[in-house]
Design a protein around this ligand. Structure first.
Ligand code: AMP
Ligand code: ZN
Ligand code: FE
Ligand code: FE
Length: 296
């Protein structure tokens, strides 16, 4: 596809979930980085998508893709992280909106449980502290509050030295204040994304507790059977070798290839928008035409 710009970032977060910059600022930054396209993929919410899409109209060379990131159950290992990205969803779809309401209600139960556990471990933290970390002017009924916000409070209050430390000592899967959240089955997540017009993409496969590529291939085949369309081959946590492995699997299984940074702003200071460099040319041409047609 002929496009004046060559690089894309299809995995980012804004203040509508646990990113630290607003959807508008994210779009401004994507244009400054000279990206050909950016997708906003907040956790469990479409709250930032309208603002981002409107802002992107200012930049004729920047394509905007509406997205979401949903947590799913990994059957083989219930503690394992499986995130599914929905790319190019219709942000007004009632299917996705209803799903977001359900996931947010589950978080409203879970967040006080995590805070109570932190308090029982002797830490002085309450919900008001957490809400102070939630930047932006999004409707409180649609934005998402999660563990990264709590990690920021723990750093700010000096209980831990870093976000990583907060997850290792308190909030992570094996840590004492962990409370799992409601997760969908991969079938439910993929179906909701597909019904909303989007492509369901397995996010950051490196985070799955798969020990080798044969195991990952088996998993991918199962996921394809329930509606998976693509795999995020490029991600800020993937080594070049891992990216090559994922690209090989994508080609073998005829999956869409995508990639992004998983940018969160200062909550994840080591991750920059547009890094790793993801070539626009990896996007299959029929999708590239559909996704980036506005930006030509
Ligand atoms: P939640 O959706 O509330 O479970 O929170 C998920 C957020 O926490 C995502 O932004 C993750 O990237 C972040 N997260 C999970 N584990 C870690 C970790 N070990 N270090 C840093 N961030 C993490
Ligand atoms: Zn996040
Ligand atoms: Fe994720
Ligand atoms: Fe993410």
């Amino acid at each position: 596809m002929d496009h004046p710009r060559r690089l894309i970032d299809l995995h980012t977060h804004s203040t509508a979930s646990d990113g630290s910059i607003s959807p508008s600022d994210l779009i401004d930054l994507a244009d400054k980085r000279k990206l050909a396209a950016v997708a906003l993929t907040d956790h469990d919410t479409t709250a930032g998508l309208t603002e981002a899409a409107q802002r992107a109209e200012l930049y004729p060379q920047l394509g905007f893709i509406a997205g979401i990131e949903i947590s799913a159950i990994f059957d083989e290992n219930p503690g394992g992280i499986m995130h599914i990205l929905g790319l190019d969803i219709d942000s007004d779809s009632m299917v996705i909106k209803k799903l977001c309401v359900r996931l947010r209600e589950a978080r409203q139960q879970r967040n006080p449980e995590i805070i109570a556990k932190l308090q029982s471990l002797g830490l002085d933290i309450n919900m008001a502290d957490v809400l102070e970390q939630v930047a932006g002017s999004h409707d409180p009924n649609v934005r998402v509050v999660g563990r990264l916000h709590m990690a920021m409070v723990l750093v700010k209050k000096g209980f831990v030295n870093s976000i990583q430390d907060a997850f290792a000592k308190y909030l992570g899967g094996d840590a004492p204040a962990f409370v799992d959240k409601e997760r969908l089955t991969p079938r439910e997540a993929s179906a909701a994304i597909t019904k909303s017009g989007g492509a369901a993409v397995l996010a950051h496969p490196v985070q799955l507790p798969c020990h080798n590529s044969a195991q990952l291939k088996r998993l991918l085949r199962d996921l394809i059977d329930v509606g998976l369309a693509g795999i995020e081959c490029y991600h800020s946590q993937h080594s070049p070798e891992q990216t090559r492995t994922f690209l090989g699997l994508a080609r073998e299984l005829n999956l869409l290839i995508t990639g992004g940074s998983d940018y969160h702003g200062h909550g994840k200071p080591d991750v920059s928008l547009g890094i790793p460099r993801v070539p626009l040319s990896i996007i299959r041409s029929d999708y590239a035409k559909k996704w980036f047609s506005d930006s030509e």
